[in-house]
Design a protein around this ligand. Sequence first.
Ligand SMILES: CC(C)(COP(=O)(O)OP(=O)(O)OC[C@H]1O[C@@H](n2cnc3c(N)ncnc32)[C@H](O)[C@@H]1OP(=O)(O)O)[C@@H](O)C(=O)NCCC(=O)NCCS
Length: 201
Amino acid sequence: MERNGSREITYPSPANDMYLQTPRLILRNFLDEDLESFFRYRNDPYVARYQGWELPYPHEKAEQFISIMKDKFAPKQGDWIQFAVALKETGGLIGDLACYVKNDDIRQSVIGFTIASQYWRKGFAVEIIPCLLDYLFEDLDMHRVSADCDVENVASYRTLERLGFRREAHFVESFLIHGKYTSEYHYGMLQREWRTKANGG
Ligand SMILES: CC(C)(COP(=O)(O)OP(=O)(O)OC[C@H]1O[C@@H](n2cnc3c(N)ncnc32)[C@H](O)[C@@H]1OP(=O)(O)O)[C@@H](O)C(=O)NCCC(=O)NCCS
């Protein structure tokens, strides 16, 4: 469907929104009440260290982010969408997962992920990212999902490797971040590889 110059992919849930769960977590759309938690972790220098936004991250930008994301229900070609990661026990926001559908190929997506630092190393990233991968590979029929990370971002590449992503490239001083060129690893996974893994292969 052609809309504002990009094609919209609709997620076939009755409510047309995102709600996926794991034993401890929920992946859902952003809500107004996520604002303060989102604002806090966006301003955490540990969280922002390898990410594209500058600090301080203004409150108005956080408000704008929430107001845009809460009305986005499914990825659109050429656009990023971010889903909220919440603790099942409290409903509180602890992070977000991002995905982008390539402008020139509706069956290729890029992902990103953030967990607030007080929740690191509890297995939350490897617990929730498979929900997004399942959604992308099975509901949206993606052929390939990729991710890039700073070569110094051990937590990020360990997470990707633990999920079964393959390191495919090492780009040297390819990304300008916080005023400095840094090097990146590129990771990829194909739909058939995800299916083999999901079936215990
Ligand atoms: C990357 C990130 C999402 C990982 O979240 P997390 O919930 O702490 O990750 P998990 O607990 O699920 O751990 C996943 C794997 O990474 C490893 N890991 C996590 N943090 C690590 C660290 N600081 N150093 C080394 N390994 C680390 C874990 O040991 C685990 O691997 P294993 O099972 O083989 O031992 C989190 O560190 C983060 O939000 N960082 C800031 C944002 C960011 O840089 N995002 C990536 C942008 S590309």
